[in-house]
Write a protein that binds this ligand. Structure first.
Ligand SMILES: Nc1ncnc2c1ncn2[C@@H]1O[C@H](COP(=O)(O)OP(=O)(O)OP(=O)(O)O)[C@@H](O)[C@H]1O
Ligand SMILES: [Mg+2]
Length: 207
């Protein structure tokens, strides 16, 4: 028995966390066993790495260091949370996964995709989502949303939002290229209101 591994991807402020919460709640209300989780994070070690990686005033990381720390958080998450949940037949709804590393550290920061894929294969058990929903919208719009959310919250997670528009444009193009190249990806128009986006997401999941 294997559950279903659903991942939400997209740029900063594209609405992933909002959709992950409403989608997980809708699936649970249908009586399904759902595990909602996120990256970086999802485990105690992952949370500690998240704080280090996302703090706007955190240390200056080389792109390779960022890649290794993101991957380290993912190894903990795959082994301790995602694979066990799938093994007991649960639906895992995950806010970001390896697609984000390919888009941010690969397309955004210029690291070689083959190295990212090799790390994923060698250390994260080469686990891939069954379905990936890509929330696509222009970075100008997404960043305005994301910055408003950060300003209204106590979370110190602004490191990636602080990068320039050209970085975020490369990330968006990277995500769209992944959606064309990888199986199981669907691109959703994330300019839709949240309730319409949830309905579109459920329709594309057949759920
Ligand atoms: N469909 C939507 N339409 C308009 N605003 C939205 C929509 N979805 C989410 N928002 C708002 O946009 C902001 C960012 O949303 P959210 O935190 O879900 O994005 P995210 O993709 O998780 O961002 P991050 O990558 O920074 O975690 C929030 O204030 C949220 O309320
Ligand atoms: Mg989020």
């Amino acid at each position: 028995m294997r559950g279903r591994f659903i991942v939400l991807e997209g740029g900063d402020g594209s609405g992933k966390t909002t959709l992950a919460q409403t989608l997980a709640a809708a699936l649970a209300a249908d009586g399904q066993s759902v595990v909602a989780t996120r990256e970086p994070g999802g485990t105690p070690a992952g949370q500690a790495l998240r704080a280090l990686l996302l703090a706007a005033d955190g240390p200056a990381f080389e792109p390779e260091t960022e890649l290794l720390l993101m991957t380290a958080a993912r190894v903990q998450h795959v082994r301790q949370v995602i694979a066990p949940a799938l093994a007991r037949g649960a639906i895992v709804v995950c806010d970001r996964f390896v697609g984000s590393t390919l888009a941010y550290q690969g397309s955004g920061a210029g690291l070689d995709t083959a190295r990212i894929l090799a790390l994923h294969r060698d250390f994260a058990d080469d686990l891939w989502p069954d379905v990936t929903l890509l929330l696509d919208l222009p970075p100008e719009l997404a960043l305005a949303r994301g910055r408003a959310r950060l300003a209204a919250s106590a979370a110190n997670e602004g490191r990636f939002e602080a990068r320039g528009l050209s970085f975020h444009a490369r990330v968006r193009a990277g995500f769209l290229a992944l959606a064309r190249a990888l199986p199981g990806w669907t691109v959703l128009d994330a300019t839709q209101p949240a309730d319409a986006l949830l309905a579109t997401a459920r329709a594309s999941l057949g759920a």
